[in-house]
Design a protein around this ligand. Structure first.
Ligand SMILES: Nc1ncnc2c1ncn2[C@@H]1O[C@H](COP(=O)(O)OP(=O)(O)OP(=O)(O)O)[C@@H](O)[C@H]1O
Length: 342
């Protein structure tokens, strides 16, 4: 599905018809099955969907940090910088080109800071390494900058904290330290994979505030992965709803949340509490379970759980452009231009 143009600026990162498959015991899991997304400078794209829909694999495809069992089969991941466009899907994961981009131009933060913070080095050392690797600063310059970054992320006594180890930081502070490290090289794209799920509500709000400030101040494009529509409402400008490796609906948050069209988006919204809609929301869980990823139904993946399913849903539905900023892939909205998805 093509991400609708939401601004007249060019996307800094564009994923086009990406397919990333897992191979296990002679079987194949089409974890990402023709995903297209666009990230624009200064905008937050939320990726939402139930567990296993492919949010994290999309992110690790972009970072070229896929597990050994997975392979990018086809598609493009276009990164634009100063008028130059490169297809990072074509770079081997360990290549110099990818190393130069990863962490420096495109940075990632995770739910668990332990993934990116090494317990055996001080927090400051790790930020300094990042700066020395990508920005060729001297030791002294890198240390000064590391202290500044910790201060910018709201870490108290940064000149002392810089010499402490990750285990000496509280959970919220570790999260901030990880963001400091991700921000060290002023990336143009930030991928945040459930960055606040493990944190309490106050710290969650602080981390989101921080990401929002960095987005504004640095015109950073952000991909925010979450299973929480409340987070999408609060943080994102645009949203892509994923189900079983496909984007089923995408557009601005205003479009998709105010008038959700895909039965899956509607079901997802009905199944979770939405911030600002009061305490007495009637929640109805989505019926059925997600199919076995190694044994997918033909056509629309949601059809077996969909109240509006029709016989034709055994075919993959076309992408229908509902407006300049709202696309859906569902047979309820047949495209006048024919099937342009698969
Ligand atoms: N390391 C792995 N080995 C085998 N299969 C994997 C691995 N990681 C992901 N997958 C498969 O890829 C598909 C997409 O998973 P992914 O982790 O991207 O989902 P997700 O939407 O991020 O879920 P969650 O919200 O639980 O993190 C799933 O079918 C999953 O089982």
């Amino acid at each position: 599905m093509a991400e609708p143009a939401v601004t007249d600026r060019e996307p800094v990162l564009e994923v086009r018809d990406l397919r990333t498959y897992f191979y296990q015991d002679g079987r194949v899991n089409r974890a990402i099955d023709g995903v297209s997304l666009a990230l624009y400078p200064g905008r937050v794209l939320g990726i939402v969907g139930e567990s296993g829909c492919g949010k994290s694999v999309t992110a690790s495809s972009v970072m070229r940090l896929l597990p050994d069992l997975a392979r990018i089969e086809s598609g493009e991941i276009l990164y634009r910088n100063h008028g130059k466009t490169v297809n990072i899907a074509s770079y081997p994961s360990g290549s110099d080109e990818m190393r130069a981009i990863r962490g420096s131009e495109i940075a990632m933060i995770f739910q668990d800071p332990i993934v990116s913070l090494n317990p055996v080095y001080t927090v400051g050392w790790q930020i300094m390494e990042m700066l020395r690797l990508h920005r060729s600063l001297t030791r002294a310059q890198a240390r000064t900058r590391a202290i500044e970054l910790l201060a910018e992320m709201g870490i108290p006594s940064p000149e002392i904290r810089v010499d402490e180890f990750p285990h000496q930081f509280s959970g919220g502070m570790r999260q901030r330290a990880m963001i400091a490290m991700a921000m060290a090289c002023e990336p143009r794209v930030l991928i945040a994979d459930e960055p606040t799920t493990a944190l309490d509500v106050t710290i969650q709000a602080q981390v989101f505030e921080l990401i929002d400030r960095l987005r504004r101040d640095r015109d950073m494009a952000t991909m925010l992965i979450t299973h929480d529509m409340g987070v999408i409402t609060e943080m994102a400008d645009d949203v892509a709803v994923m189900y079983m490796g496909k984007v089923v609906e995408t557009g601005t948050v205003a479009d998709v949340l105010a008038s959700p069209r895909h039965p899956y988006t509607r079901a997802l919204l009905a199944s979770m509490p939405i911030l600002g809609r009061g305490r007495r929301q009637q929640l109805s869980p989505i019926r059925g379970a997600t199919p076995d990823a190694y044994n997918r139904p033909p056509g629309c993946q949601f059809a077996p759980r969909c109240d509006s399913a029709m016989p034709g849903c055994v075919q993959q539905p076309p992408v229908t452009q509902l407006s300049a900023t709202h696309d859906v892939s569902c047979w309820l909205y047949p495209s006048t231009e024919g099937n342009d998805d698969d």
